[in-house]
Design a protein around this ligand. Structure first.
Ligand SMILES: NC(=O)c1ccc[n+]([C@@H]2O[C@H](COP(=O)([O-])OP(=O)(O)OC[C@H]3O[C@@H](n4cnc5c(N)ncnc54)[C@H](O)[C@@H]3O)[C@@H](O)[C@H]2O)c1
Length: 429
């Protein structure tokens, strides 16, 4: 298709990769970002986000001159055929999604949008938000299309390149088809539906996946008590195509910027419709309980926490991202510290020089080896591949008590035991 003029509002974990792929497809893309730190990074050609392949693509698209950045949203949307809304929708104290970033952006740009422009809502927002944006814009000549995003952090570029489905919620079919025409994936299933269905698909998908993870985390502890081998149980269950092999691992609990806020927002919407989603409620409660169970597991391995020195490996909610929003790893590190343990934490994406507010009171160290020194336990909370290849023999020698609590089942238990560790994974064996 002919190159379009596109603005992406919000250079976050969704907006920046989306903008880069649109630019790579030949479109002229303006990225509007109001966070001074993020825009400063981008203007220097540096990605503020850790995501495989992102920096390389950023270099390439800046060099192509198809990609530009601005902190002035109104200037950025001037003359645009499409405007992608990729702003945050964080949780409010009652669990509902805060729609202010979306509404404020729509209010700000509404009068300045070019006639015939299509506003594409990629942000995850509750059922009825597309209708709300239409009201806020109050423009008959501008269409709003809900096009929820399903990318996984740590795989953002790959997922945008290989989507498993494209969901379009549009009241104006022509506008929906125009959004589809931007995609370069002719063989991908396209679900052309109403905005309300598109919004529901996104929340239901995340809630279903969170439920699956909660189930597997519960099952890991069940297997341990039952004398069953969780890894074999999960592999054999996953061989049933109705169950599948993905998201069948045990871990320290689900977190990140999506599952916690989206399950809470869905529960809130369910309550307003007087349709309590009891399975989702159970998944949320099970996750809270599971995170506590991991803390107890660490305590059971170290003895009294006020005497314990604990090395934490990993603070992000998963590998491949620098996102720590609602990370169980951060919660667990703080909880162990609050219960008296001396905690030293290492994560490959965290600089020791500039600990952010969420981790400013943790002792952040520069290597896994430093985290292990003099420790009573090493606790693996993020599945970073570099933790597999670390020098555990040397670490065992430097620890006060060589114990590993592997909340990601990342390491080979027999190998760790052969290196002198007391090893504790999830799910027995
Ligand atoms: N992170 C994910 O993995 C993921 C996946 C799918 C969907 N989503 C959804 O996508 C949305 C964005 O998520 P994210 O993780 O990219 O958020 P983010 O916080 O990383 O990025 C949002 C960005 O938008 C900017 N912004 C807000 N209002 C603005 C305005 N008026 N003008 C210019 N910039 C503005 C913010 O400064 C921020 O940098 C959320 O609704 C989220 O639920 C996220």
């Amino acid at each position: 298709m002919a190159a379009k003029q596109i603005c992406v509002i919000g250079a976050g974990y969704v907006g920046l990769p989306t903008a880069l792929l649109l630019a790579r497809s030949g479109h002229r893309v303006m990225v509007a970002e109001r966070d001074p730190q993020r825009i400063a990074c981008l203007e220097q050609g540096v990605s503020p986000i850790h995501e495989p392949g992102l920096q390389e693509l950023l270099d390439q698209e800046i060099a192509s001159h198809r990609l530009h950045f601005s902190s002035n949203t109104i200037k950025a949307i001037a003359g645009c055929d499409f405007v992608f809304l990729c702003v945050e929708t964080p949780p409010l104290p009652d669990g509902s999604a805060d729609l202010n970033p979306l509404i404020n952006a729509a209010r700000e740009i509404g009068p300045a949008l070019k006639q015939g422009c299509i506003l594409v809502k990629k942000s995850t927002a509750p059922i009825g938000t597309t209708a709300l944006l239409e009201q806020v814009l109050d423009r008959n000549d501008v269409s709003v299309v809900s096009n929820p995003e399903f990318l996984r952090e740590g795989h953002a570029i790959y997922d945008l390149d290989h989507p498993d489905r494209i969901v379009i919620g549009a009241r104006n079919r022509e506008a929906g088809e125009a959004v589809v025409s931007l995609t370069t994936h002719p063989d991908v299933p396209i679900f052309m539906t109403t905005p309300e269905s598109a919004e529901t698909i996104k929340y239901a998908s995340n809630a279903f996946l969170a439920t699956k993870v909660s189930f597997m985390n519960d099952l890991a502890f069940f297997c341990e008590s039952a004398g069953a081998d969780f890894a074999t149980v999960a592999a054999a269950m996953g061989a049933d195509p109705r169950i599948g092999h993905s998201m069948m691992d045990a871990g320290p609990g689900w977190g990140g910027s999506c599952f916690p806020k989206d399950t809470r927002a869905l529960l809130h919407v369910g309550a307003t419709f007087q349709q309590p989603l009891q399975v989702v409620r159970a998944a949320v409660d099970a996750n809270t309980h599971h995170i506590e169970r991991i803390i107890e597991l660490v305590a059971s391995e170290t003895g009294p926490l006020h005497d314990a020195v604990i090395g934490i490996l990993g603070l992000t909610f998963k590998a491949g991202t620098n996102d720590r929003r609602d990370s169980p790893a951060v919660f667990i590190a703080h909880a162990l510290q609050a219960r008296g343990a001396t905690v030293r934490a290492y994560d490959p994406t965290v600089m020791t020089s500039e600990p952010d507010i969420d981790i400013h009171n943790l002792d952040i160290v520069a290597t896994a080896e430093v985290a292990a020194m003099g420790a009573d336990a090493l606790v693996i909370l993020t599945e970073w591949p570099q933790f597999v290849t670390a020098d555990y023999s040397a670490m065992a020698l430097s620890m006060r008590s060589p114990t590993i609590v592997d909340a990601r089942n990342l390491l080979d238990p027999d190998e760790m035991r052969a290196r002198g560790f007391r090893y504790r994974g999830l799910g027995g064996m």
